[in-house]
Design a protein around this ligand. Structure first.
Ligand code: UD1
Length: 351
């Protein structure tokens, strides 16, 4: 059988580079597409080459650009797509909702139009735990819990999930939405990891930059939440576990599509599934600070500040469905994840 060709969209350097490495190492042909808004292309591509022993095909462009996508699909004829949708900062989305609707929603619609044109029907979508109603649901969240949004970014994730469900029902797309939230982005090889342009907003890279004395101190956003130590609880996960979930999801989708029943009209019944990809074990901000201090062997300068807009007290989800159906389970501990992030960061500082 010919190897499957996978197109991976957007955001080189973060989750998709890890996923690209894993798919390539697992025998898939991988085509990469990124608009380079947030990444260090050369560093990531050379790391991918070392990890996979292959030159992965790379296109610089934007998923909102119909003609560009058209050319990529015409040229590459992929069998499936892994779509890592776009921008993800709540504050930025409140400041510029149009940017988020355009990047995230229009980008997805354009991609789907092209996929439909070339009859590429298999898609893994990078969704988010932000779709859950964190006020009304009791953690850990399950896939059938109540959904809600309180800001433009979260709205885009919700809209994209609904849109994909419609496309599955009415246009025969086979879709898996993976809901996750707080990845820690470093490969154990130290070759791939989070190296954002500018000051990070996420907790772990911020902690590490303070440990490196590149930033004076970290502000813990409030310590009076209804949690044991008063700080927010999140479900942090090693990026390699997340990449593995994408691989197992795609394999599952292929098997499911192969076995799928023919509908009464004689068409293949499309697949649409949602999975939580979490560890199920939350950690508070203070616990993460302690873990980071243990990893870097020194105290990390911190202060307690005001709560950040949009933060919820606890965001933890139940991964049981992924365990039962995808046979996926996280393999790496949170300490390993922070160690890998620290090693990556120390090895690549200033890159
Ligand atoms: C944030 C975004 C979320 C996005 C996710 C992507 C908000 C409100 N949420 O999630 O929409 O999908 O990143 O990874 O922007 N913290 C501090 N001090 C800091 C940074 C973070 O105390 O300098 C705390 C936060 O309050 C939070 C925890 O650390 O409780 C994790 O923060 P972060 O890494 O930004 O992730 P989320 O807020 O969970």
């Amino acid at each position: 059988m010919e190897p499957q060709k996978i197109l991976i969209t957007w955001w080189l350097g973060y989750i998709w580079s890890h996923t690209a490495a894993l798919f390539a190492q697992s025998g898939y042909e991988v085509v990469l597409l990124d608009n380079l808004s947030n990444t260090h292309k050369d560093q990531v591509l050379s790391s991918l080459k070392i990890l996979t022993w292959k030159d992965l095909t790379f296109y610089e462009g934007d998923v909102r650009d119909y003609d560009f996508l058209d050319k990529v699909f015409e040229q590459e004829k992929p069998d499936g797509v892994i779509h890592f949708a776009a921008k993800k900062a709540v504050w930025e989305s409140c400041h510029d909702p149009f940017l988020y609707y355009d990047n995230n929603i229009n980008g997805t619609i354009t991609l789907l139009e092209i996929m439909d044109k070339y009859q590429v029907k298999n898609l893994i979508f990078s969704s988010s735990a932000t779709v859950y109603d964190a006020e009304k649901n009791v953690p850990p969240f399950t896939e059938t819990d109540r959904l809600n949004t309180t800001n433009p970014y979260w709205t885009t994730k919700l809209v994209m999930e609904f849109l994909l469900k419609d496309m599955s029902q009415h246009k025969g797309f086979n879709v898996i939405c993976l809901r996750y939230f707080n990845p820690i982005w470093a490969h154990h090889s130290w070759l791939l990891g989070e190296n954002p342009k500018g000051i990070p907003t996420n907790l772990v890279p911020y902690l590490l930059k303070v440990a490196k004395k590149e930033i004076e101190k970290i502000t813990i956003f409030w310590d009076n939440y209804p949690t044991p130590d008063g700080t927010c609880i999140r479900d942090y996960i090693h990026i390699e576990d997340l990449a593995q979930a994408h691989l197992q999801s795609y394999d599952y989708l292929l098997k499911k599509v192969e076995k799928e029943q023919i509908t009464e009209e004689g068409n293949l019944a499309p697949a649409f599934e949602i999975f939580n990809i979490w560890t199920g074990n939350g950690k508070s901000v203070k616990e993460m600070l302690n873990i980071a201090e243990t990893v870097v062997w020194e105290e990390i300068n911190n202060e307690i500040g005001e709560r950040r807009d949009g933060d919820v007290a606890v965001s933890v989800a139940n991964p049981i469905k992924a365990k039962q159906i995808l046979w996926w389970e996280p393999q790496k501990s949170i300490v390993e994840a922070v160690e890998d992030a620290w090693n990556f960061y120390s090895a690549n500082k200033g890159a």
